[in-house]
Design a binder for this molecule. Structure first.
Ligand code: ZN
Length: 196
């Protein structure tokens, strides 16, 4: 039976690099992979093919084309292409319907899927899609990274605005390390209490 795997963490922990690395290992062994990402990650732009292909980009410089999962039918594509494994990046942006489709790819088509994404938003609430994946995945893997300010494990995503932490605002604000810092619970709460 194929497995559903969820690799989660805070911002800037190398999730996409892990995806690209794992996909590469599969291909080295002549296995076919399909890579999906969300159209909501607008950092990397859409590249071609009727605006259905974007990119997954690791911050240290590697990138790969990826189907924008909201613009195609991932179940039909998986059924037709019959890949050995599917990788999905930026799953925190996905709807419940798409997560259920991903689950049915694993259970009905018997194709393993590994999802990569954030667990919580900048106010420490679970993303709906991540909550579903935490409940339903066969394998959970946390990528650990140190807090930006101390050496404890980062658990939370601190939103920055011109180097100043912010604790309110729109839920979805796509950005990189200039907009978010991975922080531990203690530093997060300390910075928050200084604000109030
Ligand atoms: Zn800290």
């Amino acid at each position: 039976m194929s497995k559903l795997c969820f690799v989660y963490s805070t911002m800037n922990s190398g999730k996409t690099l892990e995806l690209i690395k794992t996909a590469h290992y599969y291909e080295e062994r002549n296995k076919k992979v399909l890579i999906f990402t969300s159209e909501k990650d607008t950092r990397n732009g859409v590249i071609h093919r009727d605006n259905k292909i974007g990119k997954v980009v690791a911050r240290i410089g590697y990138s790969r084309p990826a189907w924008l999962i909201e613009r195609i039918d991932c179940y039909e594509m998986a059924k037709n292409e019959k890949p050995d494994c599917i990788f999905v990046d930026e799953v925190q942006f996905l709807t419940k319907d798409i997560i259920l489709k991903i689950i049915s790819i694993v259970d009905n088509l018997d194709i393993p899927v590994t999802c990569y994404g954030l667990k919580c938003d900048f106010q420490n609430n679970l993303f709906e899609s991540s909550a579903l994946l935490l409940s339903y995945s066969d394998v959970l893997k946390e990528l650990e990274i140190d807090c930006w300010y101390c050496n404890k494990k980062a658990l939370l995503n601190l939103r920055m605005n011109n180097n100043d932490p912010v604790f309110e605002g729109e839920l979805l604000l796509v950005g990189g390390s200039e907009s978010y810092k991975p922080v531990c619970r203690r530093c997060y709460n300390m910075l928050k209490s200084q604000k109030s």
